[in-house]
Design a protein around this ligand. Structure first.
Ligand SMILES: C[S@@+](CC[C@H](N)C(=O)[O-])C[C@H]1O[C@@H](n2cnc3c(N)ncnc32)[C@H](O)[C@@H]1O
Length: 379
């Protein structure tokens, strides 16, 4: 792993990354453009979200009436349970002391539940100021029985969950058969728990910010690489912000981008006119161990090729199920987790020697970085 990615992975393990309001607004707008009633009469749950610093809760509360929500529920994780401790959290809880339900013995150890269903402050609109709250029985872990009950009550779960628990979180959403709009990393698309959902068109990449840097707010005192801080500042976020180059939205709610096919050239045209020298000079190479060709860039996928093609993971955010079918992945754990028959269909040759786990595509004796194996949909 390159040093840069390693650093990024380490920072991701520290789960305290807060989503910027604009990204939430842009993503939610994309669902509304596709179907203005996406949220109408729905219960939305934000299960990793303290409204003091979660823009998810803020966004849904401020847009409660415009979206036509029935109920907003937001739960927070207790300060004591958080892996990273920041002085800022203690300052933030100061707000609790103003409320009659404040309980010093619970302030650090318990999670909280915030709900919004009606106007409570006679302002004439239902908004953030109408959120009501109380302490949870436990620490607010999304895996607890009490938060599971809230999940079961919800129609749509929207959050940026802890990246370190992304697999568990997706499983938690799917075991209850819920809709979701959540943030993860594009690399998670090939996790053995996540990939079958994507292949089966049960989960897909969201509508906005694909392949771009995403800025996150971090608590005062968080360890941020100066380069990331600088990049965030260039994007207009100055101060306690960082950026990730590999974050993206995941969802199982329809949006328009997902149905826009990639505009591609034929193989002959790519060989002549591709902007990638590698394609013009080397053409499309066949893997040593799969009956498939290597396509190292999504924009160089030949429109008229009928066989299996290996494309980078970043293809996922361009994937249109009407244009391509995902057959499987070629990566270190592809062989161990493959459904029956898939590796035979791909004419996988397990005897070919190379570095890396069994299943990575091999080109001229060398393992290629993880690939998604796709085939065009005819018709
Ligand atoms: C990536 S941050 C995002 C916070 C917020 N959703 C946002 O986007 O601004 C994930 C949050 O989940 C909290 N968290 C970690 N483990 C959790 C768990 N098991 N259950 C609930 N929340 C958890 C972390 O403390 C952190 O505040």
């Amino acid at each position: 792993m390159a040093n840069d990615s390693l650093q990024q992975a380490k920072r991701v393990k520290n789960d305290e990354f807060y989503t910027v309001y604009d990204y939430i607004q842009k993503e939610i707008n994309a669902y509304l453009e596709y179907d203005p009633d996406t949220f109408r009469d729905k219960v939305v749950l934000c299960p990793c979200d303290d409204p003091e610093w979660s823009n998810f809760t803020r966004f849904f509360a401020q847009n409660f009436e415009m979206l036509g929500l029935r109920k907003l529920i937001s739960t927070s994780y207790s300060m004591e349970a958080k892996k990273a401790k920041y002085e800022q959290y203690h300052q933030m809880t100061m707000f609790e002391t103003y409320f009659p339900q404040y309980d010093e013995s619970k302030a650090v150890t318990k999670g909280k539940i915030f709900t919004l269903t009606r106007e409570s402050d006679k302002s004439g609109v239902i908004d953030f100021d109408d959120l009501e709250w109380q302490y949870l029985e436990g620490d607010g872990d999304f895996r607890s029985d009490e938060v599971k009950r809230l999940r079961d009550e919800a129609d749509i779960i929207v959050t940026n969950p802890p990246f370190s628990l992304f697999r568990d979180f997706v499983n938690w959403v799917f075991e209850a058969n819920k809709h979701c709009i959540i943030i993860g990393t594009i690399g998670a698309a090939i996790y053995k728990e996540i990939f079958p959902l994507i292949k089966g068109n049960l989960l897909w990449i969201g509508a906005t910010n694909n392949g771009k840097d995403m800025v996150f707010e971090v608590p005062e005192g968080a360890d941020v690489d100066p380069k990331d801080r600088e990049k965030a500042a260039k994007l207009g976020y100055v101060g306690n912000y960082t950026r990730l180059g590999n974050a993206c939205w995941y969802t199982n709610i329809n949006h328009g981008r997902r149905h826009q096919p990639l505009n591609l050239m034929t193989m002959a045209d790519n060989l002549k006119f591709s902007k990638h020298k590698q394609i013009r000079e080397n053409g499309y190479q066949r893997y040593d161990n799969y009956d498939a060709i290597e396509v190292p860039f999504a924009d160089a996928i030949p429109a008229d090729y009928d066989g299996v093609m290996g494309v980078p993971i970043t293809f996922m955010d361009k994937y249109c199920p009407e244009q391509f079918e995902i057959i499987w992945q070629a990566s270190g754990n592809a062989y161990a987790n493959a459904p029956a028959g898939v590796m035979d269909y791909l004419r996988f040759d397990p005897t070919i020697k190379y570095g890396g786990g069994l299943g990575a595509a091999v080109l001229d004796g060398k393992a290629v970085y993880s690939r998604i194996l796709i085939k065009r949909v005819k018709g």
